[in-house]
Design a protein around this ligand. Structure first.
Ligand code: FES
Length: 76
């Protein structure tokens, strides 16, 4: 899963939330929705560009989004 990214890859730059922290929120803290991820990790609660591609209005597009991680972890 996301093999090309390090565990400490920073998915949410505003809140400095890593790929691993988001995976743990889903696997161990039972985050089922993007809202849950926001509540548990605070990822996506500032500029919100890291939540999903449609919401990325940044000049530099993100390489990975919270929504992708949620879907991958929940759906395998
Ligand atoms: S990069 Fe995640 S809220 Fe801004």
């Amino acid at each position: 899963m996301f093999d090309s990214f390090e565990k400490d890859y920073e998915v949410c730059n505003c809140r400095k939330v890593t790929l691993e922290e988001i995976e743990i929120a889903i696997k161990e803290k039972e985050a089922k929705t993007l809202r849950d991820i926001q509540d548990i990790t605070s990822a996506g609660t500032d500029c919100r560009h890291c939540i999903f591609t449609e919401g990325d209005f940044g000049k530099m597009k993100k390489k990975i989004y919270c929504k992708d991680i949620l879907n991958k972890v929940l759906n395998g």
